[in-house]
Design a protein around this ligand. Structure first.
Ligand code: LCS
Length: 395
């Protein structure tokens, strides 16, 4: 059974875990231990020297965390994975591993606000530069890549504008120059998109979102080639120290079991709500990968995503105040950042997730003051629709 590759739904429940190695426990045990005892001083020496496999100290590895890492590597179809204390710990560990002073990072046309923050920090403190690119053609990529570019960093769909980046196109341009492509796959989860199968190298998740699915953990994941993962584990993870707690890893293993079922429902609800929102007279523009108004994105979606996902962004006709008024009238839908939870959440990117991005940069990314982002939950879609409907009537 161990060597057979099962389908995604099965791997999400079983991969990385063998109950026979854990007293037959059906559910992976929680190794809530900071350190591991050695049978002898010599064994401790061998483990530190890397001459013997085994756990040492939970910042360097933990059995519960390892099950999560192995499962995520399988689901993303990568060689190996590492779990972190947050999505941002994962992002910063990867970016600092791939760059040094004088290097350049080429980014998708938008990134999550705090990712923008770490890019600014790297630039100000270490002279690691970055640019944003629409990455819509090989010619554009050729023009925007520099001789000192050591990393391409993509979100697709982009938070919160939902624009898509063609992964195969970017991977093709990067391969010619040997530049690693990093994809933040938070908005899709591996159920909807596996960037490594499209030629990209490294995948990042804010596991806080769909991977967890229950709004009770902050965590991050990195998946990539074994040699890269080993390097990060021995440097920017071990020494900076943003590791996940065993309990949070245990909760993520529980959440992963239902990932396919949850994603199907998120997507089904979102599709129905898009139909309602698309023609609403108080909505200016709707941003959703399956929205046929965006023909190019639609093609990319068909190529690399199983379904359009559970996030919808839209701008309200009027001003920032109109958008805020609309939010305040919602009753079932909660005003909160984060996404991928059972509860439907709405947030105002310009003043919340992307408030740290200066106004000019925000506009370049396409984040207007009237833009709202809806993370469609698992409730009955009719109840979500009725809540949106009554709040739209009031503005
Ligand atoms: N990458 C993406 C695409 C994100 O959306 C987030 C957080 C992160 C990385 C960072 O992950 P964290 O450290 O929070 O686990 N995005 C959030 C959002 O859109 N609303 O609240 C947080």
């Amino acid at each position: 059974m161990d060597n057979k590759n099962f389908r995604f739904e099965t791997e999400a429940i079983h991969s990385g875990y063998r109950s026979g190695e854990h007293q037959g426990s059906l559910v992976p045990p929680l190794y809530q231990s900071s350190t591991f005892t050695f049978a002898s001083a010599e064994q401790g020496e061998r483990r530190f020297a890397g001459q013997e496999e085994g756990f040492i100290y939970s910042r360097l590895g933990n059995p519960t965390v390892k099950i999560l890492e192995d499962r995520m590597a399988t689901l993303e179809q990568g060689e190996a994975a590492l779990a972190f204390s947050s999505g941002m710990a994962a992002v910063s560990a990867v970016l600092t591993a791939l760059t040094k002073t004088g290097d350049h990072i080429l980014c998708s046309q938008g990134v999550y606000g705090c990712t923008f923050g770490i890019l600014q920090l790297l630039k100000g403190k270490y002279n690691i530069e970055h640019d944003f690119s629409a990455m819509t053609s090989l010619e554009m990529l050729e023009k925007d890549l520099r001789p000192n570019t050591t990393c391409i960093y993509i979100e697709t769909p982009i938070n919160p504008t939902m624009k898509l980046v063609d992964l195969e196109l970017v991977a093709h341009a990067a391969k010619q120059r040997g530049i690693p492509v990093v994809v933040d796959n938070t908005f899709c989860s591996p159920y909807l998109q596996t960037p490594i199968t499209h030629g990209c190298d490294i995948v990042i998740h804010s596991a806080t979102k769909y991977i967890c699915g229950h709004g009770d953990v902050i965590a991050g994941i990195v998946v990539g080639p074994s040699d890269f993962i080993r390097r990060v584990s021995k440097t920017t993870q071990k020494d900076i120290g943003g590791i996940i707690s065993p309990f949070d890893a245990w909760l993520l293993l529980r959440g992963l079991k239902t990932l396919p079922v949850r994603m199907d429902r998120h997507c089904e609800n979102a599709n129905k709500l898009v139909e309602f929102l698309r023609n609403h007279p108080k909505i200016e523009i709707l941003y959703f990968p399956g929205n046929s108004d965006h023909i190019e994105d639609n093609e990319i979606m068909q190529k690399q995503m199983k379904k359009p996902g559970g996030l919808i962004s839209f701008s309200i006709k009027g001003t920032k105040q109109t958008a805020q008024l609309f939010m305040n009238h919602l009753k079932l839908i909660k005003i909160a950042v984060s996404l991928g939870d059972a509860e439907t959440l709405i947030q105002h990117p310009a003043t919340m997730t992307h408030a740290v991005v200066p106004e000019e940069d925000r506009r370049k990314m396409g984040i207007e003051d009237t833009l709202l982002r809806l993370s469609v939950g698992l409730e009955a879609w009719e109840d979500i629709k009725e809540d949106l409907e009554q709040a739209l009537e009031k503005i």
